[in-house]
Write a protein that binds this ligand. Structure first.
Ligand SMILES: Nc1ncnc2c1ncn2[C@@H]1O[C@H](COP(=O)(O)OP(=O)(O)OP(=O)(O)O)[C@@H](O)[C@H]1O
Length: 362
């Protein structure tokens, strides 16, 4: 039996996680992290008050202590600023991955340990395993459709060893069944969408609040002007829609293949293999974080360049500065600087890092 602080977000997965921990005989306390209250009144709907009410209702139903942990300042410094700075620099940030490392298993875990809890539990679909030689590993969640280990790829060994993911041992329908069995008010709640704090706000509206438009030309790979854009930060590599340029070729879309920061030009090309810049077989990944063994030699592993993509076989080679070179067996479409690359050895999560350089590695 352990003392566990479970992050109750007001969703069904974390509600069921709390119920499972109680069933397993742990001493459970629930806590809601107050991260973002939309103090600046951005357009859109950030349902944090409803989520807090739901989290509290779940804790009451389970008969456990409930706390609200105010992390608004840390969230602004560690997640919102990172997101806005990333877009300003023209990269594609991933706040969900950083949120796990910096918030849930960062400041929230620090709080839990200070308060003499041994573990922080969440409703993530991933599995934690103790290793025979000491330490802990993360495996993909039991439900292949729901696996969220990608989002945990920047966690450190210290963080993993104090983490629990009870829902990750089950399939989603079984998790809902647990919530139903305990008559939890969240049993039928639909899954949340999008980045935790932005909720239903469109990313574009959010970014526009912080970064002014900076219009420029949209050009093709030959430099011919095709239209106008509102600011390079509003576009992502590989993007098919939203650039407003209709393709004259039947069945062949125009996609974003590059950004020329100097000329403030958005570059479009055809969505096909030969288009320069769209498909690459190599990349440099920085801010590398590993859960168990470090990348200290060349290895064959699988890399997952985005949440919903499949793991791609690749060779990882450590560089002297701590970054790694990744050589993919198959060309990868639209990798973007700032995106997170998660590394796996079969079902085990090895760690992850941030794409820094795309293509051009020998
Ligand atoms: N505001 C929060 N307070 C406490 N814990 C949180 C909060 N947001 C997320 N978490 C924890 O992190 C886990 C994963 O977060 P994510 O945003 O993916 O949740 P979700 O898909 O909405 O899951 P859930 O169904 O549990 O709400 C949650 O299951 C929960 O344990």
């Amino acid at each position: 039996m352990a003392k566990v602080l479970v992050g109750l977000s007001g969703g069904v997965d974390s509600s069921a996680a709390a119920a499972l921990l109680i069933e397993q005989g742990h001493e459970v306390t629930g806590a809601f992290m107050k991260n973002w209250i939309n103090a600046e009144g951005l357009p859109g709907d950030c349902p944090w008050e409803t989520d807090l009410d739901d989290a509290l209702a779940v804790a009451r139903k389970l008969g456990i202590e409930f706390r609200v942990v105010d992390l608004i300042d840390q969230y602004k410094a560690r997640i919102v600023d990172y997101l806005v700075d990333g877009y300003r620099e023209g990269i594609t940030p991933n706040p969900d991955v950083w949120c796990n490392r910096e918030m849930k298993f960062g400041v929230f875990l620090d709080y839990a340990l200070e308060q003499e809890f041994e573990y922080v539990a969440t409703g993530h679909y991933a599995r934690r395993r103790d290793l025979a030689g000491g330490g802990a590993a993360i495996l993909k969640g039991a439900d292949p459709n729901k696996d969220q280990s990608y989002f945990l790829s920047l966690m450190t060994q210290h963080q993993v060893s104090h983490a629990m993911f009870p829902a990750g041992e089950m399939l989603k329908p079984e998790v809902r069944e647990v919530a139903r069995r305990h008559d939890l008010p969240t049993a039928g709640k639909k899954d949340s969408q999008g980045i935790c704090f932005i909720g239903e706000i469109k990313m574009r509206d959010f970014i526009s609040h912080y970064i002014p438009d900076n219009p420029g030309d949209i050009v093709n790979l030959d430099g011919k002007v095709l239209g106008r854009h509102d600011g390079l930060h509003l576009y992502t590599l590989g993007q098919r829609k939203g650039h407003g340029v209709a393709s004259p070729r039947e069945g062949m879309a125009y996609v974003v293949v590059g950004k020329n920061l100097e000329l403030n030009q958005l570059v479009l090309g055809w969505d096909e293999g030969e288009t320069p810049g769209l498909y690459v077989t190599s990349a440099v990944v920085g801010s590398v974080s590993t859960i168990n063994e470090p990348f200290d030699r060349q290895r064959r592993v699988e890399a997952q360049p985005r949440y919903r993509s499949k793991p791609e076989p690749c060779r990882v080679t450590p560089m002297e500065d701590g970054r790694v070179e990744v050589l993919f067996e198959n060309p990868q479409r639209a990798l973007a600087a700032g995106q997170i690359c998660a590394f796996y050895d079969g079902g085990r999560l090895l760690g992850g890092g941030v794409f820094e350089q795309i293509g051009g590695v020998s």
